[in-house]
Design a protein around this ligand. Structure first.
Ligand code: GLN
Length: 477
């Protein structure tokens, strides 16, 4: 099998059995990352030297018969919002172009302690602001399933790194869909965990009450392996939960017999019929395995985007105020157009006289949106709905029309507003009108559950994935 088609699960077995050297795998991924970067622009920094050094160390430990765990030697691509000690961290913005952190984000130190190997920092919409990857100050990231299309954002480079076989896993952040959307556009599995399940410490803040840290992988099992390492209370982030974590891998094959799946009707009302078809066929498969399907209503769904863009921009304006050229950021005139737009909108929404009309009202509706979910979860276990209203769109199609770009988030923002977890899982391909070639453009579904239900989401995703294995359809690059 070609190294670039491995899953973490496969690579991990070979490494543990000493059938392949970590150095060999890491070198292969770095070479691929370097080779493809001109074409796709998924990495902003490739940390070749440190990665190869660490690979040698891990090989030595394995040769010494140390038990290092399933992520030992696994190559990792890190979204450039995560602080990495000694490795440049730009947030995708020229404001931080030369910023080198002196410490690691908690997610990164936990992954380092699990012996993963960071091969580089990935491209993103500057500060996480975007749904396509086109807002990066360092150029957009192209979609490997059709390079004339966007990769999805804001974790654009992370998704493309995994989809192109330049890394086995990638970290991402999801404030309004930034893990789930690029995962879907690139045929990958992406988890947005419950707010407070994974530490935000050391990750450059976008909108602090919505920001969640997750990861992107090829398979559901791989995703669960990574969460096993990153989840849990962190002394450095007071919003992390003290609730004990689960073992997300054990019983992943439990199946869905007797599970109640809710189909939220508001998410399907004017949905593109091809995407709707793919999601409903996925639901049929789960029904075949013994799940029960129930129609539900989340009546405040339609207010999600409006509420999100008031709360998120308000928090963005506050968080970006620290890049004033004194402590961080050398030159604030380097903020791009989208960051400026959000700073202005958010400052306006928070200003005296407007606060009650915008921010406070949005916070009240946010509570109603969470209430919709809590009500639904009284009678069902999980919800299944689309991730995106369309497959990956054309580069440039929405760039100059912020409202149409913001509407890409229509199905994802509500889970962030409610703070609940959502797993994006590939569920097939639709024809690409552009070139008609196989496999077409990926489609994904969200499996959404109540607070801290990540283990159940993985079980549902795993049951479906075992039957369909869409991850085997790699892009033709
Ligand atoms: N597309 C959304 C936005 O631009 C979500 C971004 C994110 O999750 N970081 O705000």
């Amino acid at each position: 099998m070609i190294i670039h088609n491995y899953t973490i699960q496969e690579a991990s077995k070979l490494i543990a059995k000493r059938k392949i050297k970590v150095y060999e795998i890491v070198k292969a991924y770095i070479d691929k990352a370097k080779k493809l970067n001109h074409q796709f622009n998924s990495f902003l920094t490739i940390s070749e030297e440190t990665a190869l050094m660490k690979a040698k160390k891990v090989d030595q430990l394995i040769a010494d018969h140390q038990k290092l765990g399933p992520l030992a030697g696994i190559s990792l691509a890190v979204k450039d919002l995560f602080s990495t000690k000694g490795i440049r961290t730009t947030a995708g913005s020229r404001v931080l172009e030369n910023y080198v952190p002196v410490y690691d984000a908690t997610v990164i130190s936990r992954l380092n302690n699990a012996y993963t190997i960071t091969i580089g920092k990935t491209n993103l919409d500057a500060w996480g602001h975007g749904a396509s990857g086109e807002n990066s100050d360092f150029g957009l990231t192209k979609n490997p399933y059709d390079p004339s299309r966007v990769s999805g954002g804001s974790s654009s480079g992370s998704a493309v790194a995994v989809a192109t076989g330049a890394s086995l896993a990638a970290t991402g952040t999801d404030t309004g869909g930034s893990i789930r959307l690029p995962s879907t556009f690139c045929n990958l599995v992406g988890l947005k965990p419950t707010y407070g399940r994974v530490s935000r410490y050391g990750v450059i803040s976008m909108a602090s009450s919505l920001d969640t840290m997750g990861h992107i992988t090829k398979t559901v099992f791989d995703n669960a392996l990574v969460l096993n390492v990153t989840a849990g209370f962190d002394f450095f982030d007071s919003t992390t939960s003290q609730k004990p974590t689960d073992d997300y891998v054990s019983d992943i094959d439990k199946g869905v017999k007797g599970l109640k799946i809710g189909i939220p009707r508001e998410y399907f009302q004017s949905l593109n019929s091809e995407i709707k078809g793919k999601i409903l066929s996925a639901v049929k498969i789960l029904e075949k395995f013994g799940a029960k399907v129930i129609d539900v209503s989340l009546p405040h769904t339609e207010y999600g985007v409006a509420v999100y863009y008031v709360i998120q921009t308000s928090e963005v304006s506050s968080n970006l105020a620290r890049y004033d050229g004194i402590r961080f950021g050398f030159d604030r005139s380097k903020f791009g157009a989208e960051a400026k737009r959000r700073i202005i909108l958010g400052t306006f929404a928070l200003s005296a006289g407007y606060y009650d009309a915008f921010y406070l009202k949005a916070m009240k509706v946010r509570r109603l949106i969470r209430g919709d979910f809590l009500n639904a979860f009284k009678k069902i276990d999980v919800l299944i709905c689309p991730v995106s209203p369309t497959p990956a769109f054309k580069i440039g199609e929405k760039k100059n029309d912020p409202i149409s770009m913001y509407l890409s988030d229509i199905f994802t923002v509500n889970a962030n507003l409610a703070g609940i977890p959502s797993l994006a899982v590939p569920c097939g391909f639709v024809k690409n009108s552009n070139n008609g070639s196989d496999p077409g453009l990926p489609v994904g579904m969200q499996i959404i559950g109540p607070d801290f239900s990540e283990k159940m989401l993985y079980q549902v995703g795993f049951a479906y994935e075992q039957e369909t294995k869409w991850y085997l359809k790699s892009p033709k690059i």
